[in-house]
Ligand binder design. Structure first.
Ligand SMILES: Nc1nc2c(ncn2[C@@H]2O[C@H](COP(=O)(O)O)[C@@H](O)[C@H]2O)c(=O)[nH]1
Ligand SMILES: [Mn+2]
Ligand SMILES: [Mn+2]
Length: 294
């Protein structure tokens, strides 16, 4: 049982019995609970860029995993840009500055950004371990002086950067968090189970939009080369059983680019780069009714 309702009516998500094996979790919940089946769960066609926008809606432009390859990306019309991490290769200050310049060239009223596992310099604990131990893994990062990256977030002057925090934009409550299940020991990696759940438990109940770097279980999280689902089971339970945002935006699994719904939350994996790091997947636009108009 991954959910409990307290005497105050609050839902508590606990670690799922299948937490450590998302592929098995998907099969189990699909067979026993039809949890990923139509009619509620299905793919969604992207909105065409020339679709008219209603005056009482806000248009979000979702991108992710641009990996310092923004040059050829055709950006559509919209109001608010959401970038869900991996905007660099290694989080080098030079890459962050280049990304910030690109953001500055975009016409959106607001731009909200989170980090991904490639933004190594944004993860202070990762950096203090790397500097102590592993010079050869990321030599260009290891040779940075602390003062070069200490305040790396401050290089992002052309956006709102959120990290385990919330911002309200045009009345929408948006929460962003960079953590992903441990994979090859990159930045913002945590073990599946309680460690990640502790991060998800910081997400407030009433947010409208959740930004994470990686997917929840079952929603654009399939890695074909390994025949595995890699989405986080606790993230799915948090999204579906406790937080229930209207939009969950992420990237992380480049092969999972696309849109799904569970009938309430729309899940957008907007990874710009393909699995071979070609920046060819177009940004995804999504309209939400303005708060107070829904
Ligand atoms: N089996 C897993 N594969 C993963 C996971 N996270 C990422 N990946 C694969 O790497 C690429 C690129 O990711 P990046 O963070 O280096 O940009 C991704 O598209 C997957 O193919 C994981 O947790 N498990
Ligand atoms: Mn990536
Ligand atoms: Mn990533």
């Amino acid at each position: 049982m991954a959910r409990r309702i307290s005497s105050q009516g609050k839902v508590t998500v606990s670690v799922d019995e299948y937490s450590s094996n998302p592929t098995q979790a998907f099969t189990h919940y699909n067979i026993n609970q039809s949890r990923f089946q139509p009619p509620h769960v299905h793919m969604v066609e992207p909105l065409p860029y020339d679709a008219p926008k209603s005056v009482d809606h806000t248009r979000f432009v979702c991108v992710s995993d641009t990996h310092s390859r923004t040059d050829g990306i055709q950006m559509p019309f919209g109001d608010v840009l959401l970038h869900t991490g991996d905007f660099t290769e290694l989080g080098l200050p030079s890459e962050v500055k280049k990304f910030n310049d690109w953001l500055g060239s975009l016409p959106y009223e607001y731009k909200v950004v989170i980090a991904g596992n490639h933004e190594l310099t944004f993860d202070k604990d990762f950096m203090s371990e790397l500097v102590k131990q592993d010079y050869y893994r990321f030599p260009s990062v290891s040779k940075l002086r602390t003062e070069d990256f200490d305040d790396v977030q401050s290089l992002l002057t052309n956006c709102v950067y959120v990290q385990d925090s919330e911002v309200t934009i045009k009345g929408f409550r948006i929460y962003g968090t960079p953590w992903t299940p441990w994979f090859n020991g990159w930045g913002f990696n945590l073990p599946r189970g309680q460690s990640l759940l502790d991060k998800w438990n910081q997400i407030p109940e009433d947010i409208d939009i959740l930004m994470t770097h990686g997917p929840p279980l079952g929603f654009r999280d399939w890695v074909p080369k390994e025949l595995q689902r890699v989405g986080c089971v606790e993230l799915l339970n948090t999204v579906q059983k406790r937080v229930r945002p209207k939009l969950h935006a992420y990237g992380g699994i480049h092969e999972g680019y696309g849109i799904m719904t569970d009938g309430y939350t729309t899940f957008i994996n907007s990874s710009t780069c393909t699995v071979s790091f070609q920046p060819t997947n177009p940004p995804i636009i999504f309209d939400l009714p303005n708060p107070g108009n829904s």
